[in-house]
Design a protein. Sequence first.
Length: 684
Amino acid sequence: MTTVLMRSKVINLKRGFSTSSYVQYQNLTEKIVQRYAVGTSKEVHSGDYVTIKPQYCMSHDNTWPIATKFLNLGATKVKDNKQIVFTLDHDVQNKTDKNLTKYKNIEEFSKKFGIDFYPAGRGIGHQIMIEEGYAFPLNLTVASDSHSNTYGGIGSLGTPIVRTDAASIWSTGQTWWQIPPVARVELVGQLPKGTTGKDIIIALCGIFNKDEVLNHAIEFTGESIESLPIDYRLTIANMTTEWGALSGLFPIDDTLINWYEQRLAKVGPNHPRINNESLAYIKNNKVAADEQSKYAKKLTIDLSSLSTAYISGPNSVKISTPLSELSAQDIKIDKAYLVSCTNSRLSDIEAAASVLKGKQVAPGVEFYVAAASSQVQKEAEASGAWKTILDAGAKPLPSGCGPCIGLGTGLLKDGEVGISATNRNFKGRMGSKDALAYLASPEVVAASAVLGKIGGVEELTGGKVPEAVDPVVETIIPENENVDSADSSSKVEIIDGFPSQIQGELLLCNADNINTDGIYPGKYTYQDDVPPEKMAEVCMENYDPEFRHIATGSDIIVSGYNFGTGSSREQAATAILAKGMKLVVAGSFGNIFFRNSTNNALLTLEIPPLINKLREIYQDSKELTIRTGWLLNWDIPSALVTVKDKATGELILQHKVGELGTNLQEIIVQGGLEGWVKNEIQKE
C-alpha cells in the first residue's frame, strides 16, 4: 500500500499569508465570529479569545451527561430554550432498558424546558441540523460532537464543543472560543467525471498528511467551488474533522442559494427557519472574506488532476491511494457500508442505486445501508432508489450512526475487510481492531459490494479504472514574522484577581503527540478519590517517570506538536494544575485537551517558533524532560511573549499571541468554566 505522491510546490512567503492582526481586514471565519462575539468592541482575529453566544447548540446521546453536569452546577433553568437542540442518533439500535431509560430521561428533560427534540430514528443530528435550518448560512452553530464541521458545507461556521461548554451554553447562553489560525484551501480546475466530493477530501487528507491544518479553521475558495454540489461540500466539510481542522467553511454563492430555494419548495413557506425571509437575508448578505484578509497558510489542489477515485486506508485517513492501484491488488471485502452523516444523503443513495440497478451484492458480502435521516429515506423510497438498493441485497438499518461508530448490527469481525462511505476508519472503530477498514465514495462502495473486492464502477461492465496521475498541489506557508510587524498598539484590560504577567522557567518535554495517558495515567482516570497530591505525583508519569523529580510548580511546560492528543479525560489538565503549573506552551495542542485546559483554568499558548528553536539546541539530547534555563514572560496587556536566557539575560524570542480578553480572564479567575457558570447563575 502506498501513499499518494504528487507534483507539488511548497513556497515560503515573508508577507503573503500571515497570522498577524490587521484590524482593517477580516476573513469569513473572523466575520462570522464577530457576529456572535459577546462583550467585545474590537474587531476579532485569529488568536483572540472571545466569548461566543452561538445561534444553536446541538447534543445527541451525550445529552444526559451534559444534563447531569448542568444540574450539578446548580442550574434550574436554561438561558434560552430555543438555542438548544437534542437529537438521539448514536445508539439507536440499542433497545436495552438502560439505554431506553436514558433516552426517556432526555425526552422528559426536553419537555420540561421546552427544548426542540428529535427522537431515535429521526436521523443523524448533523443532518437534522441542516435539514431543519438550525445550521444556516452565516450563523455560528456548535455541537457536542466532532463532526459539527459539517455545517460549513452550507456556509455556517460549525465547530465542536465539549460537555462543559454545552452545560455553560444551556445555563448562560455562552461559552468561549479562541479563534484558530485560518487556512485557505483553494480548489482550482474542474472535477473529472467519475470523481466526487468524497474523493476530494480523501485526496486532501492523504496528500496534506503532516498536520498542515491541525486545529485550523479552513476556508474553501477557488474557481471550482461554484460547480461543486452542496452535498459534495457537506461531505468535504464533514471530513475536515479527520483532516485535523476545527471547521471547514464554504462561501455563500449562487449554488448555495439555489439549493435553499429547492429546500424551501420542499418544506413550504411556513417553516420556522427556512422560509422566504431567511432566504432573502442570505441573498442580500453574501458576506465574504475581505480581499486582503490574512491567512495562516494557503493550500491549493487542482481538481482536474484527480483522474480517478481515491480510497482512504486501511485504518488511517492519512493513507490515500488511487482506486486504480487498489483495484489491481484484488482486495476481497467482507462488508460494505452506505451509512453516516458523511455520505448517506439522498444524492448519495441515488448514486449508489444507479450503480446497483439490475445487479446483486456478491456472495459472502454484507452490504448495509442507512439513510442520514428518516426524511432522506422517505425521499429515497419515493424516487425508487431505496428499493433498488434493497433489491440488490443490501440490509437496511435505522437512520442513525450505528456501525460508523462501532454500535449495533454489522460490525467488522477479526480478519474482515470493510469498505465504507463513512468518515473514520481508525483501527477498531467499526468493530474488531484486527479488521481492515477503507473509506470511499458511495459509488465505489456500491461497485465494490457487487464485485466482492475493492473496485470501480467501470469494472462492472468490463472496463478498467482510469490510471491515476500525480495530483497537482501547492503549499504556501509564511515564515515567522518579526513581532514588530504585529499590531501591538492596543492594550488588553486586566480584571481584578488576574495577573498582568505570567512567568516561569521553560521545562522542555521534547516529543510530539504526547497523549493524555502520557500526561495522566489511565489507571487513575476512573478513580474519583485521587487527591491533588497524588495527581501531582503521577503527572507526566507515563511520558517520563523522572518528571516528578525535575519539575516544580513555578515551571512552564514547553512541548512539541499535538500535545494532549488522545482521550477526553479532564485530569490531563487538572494533574498539571495539581503540580502547581499555570501555563503550558506547545507547537500545537489536541483540541479536546486545549478546551479542557481552559475550562479548568490551565492556560495554554501555541508558539511553534519556540519549540523549533529549542529543538535545534537539544536535537542530540536523549533526555525526555530538560530544564532549559530559559525564562518565559507573558505580558497579558500587550499580548507579548518574551523569552530570555535566565543566566545572561540574552533575548531569545519575542512573539505576539492572541489577546486574552476580560471575558476569558473572568473564567480563569473563577477557577474555570464551571466556576464561572455557577457565579453567573448566582448573579441571576
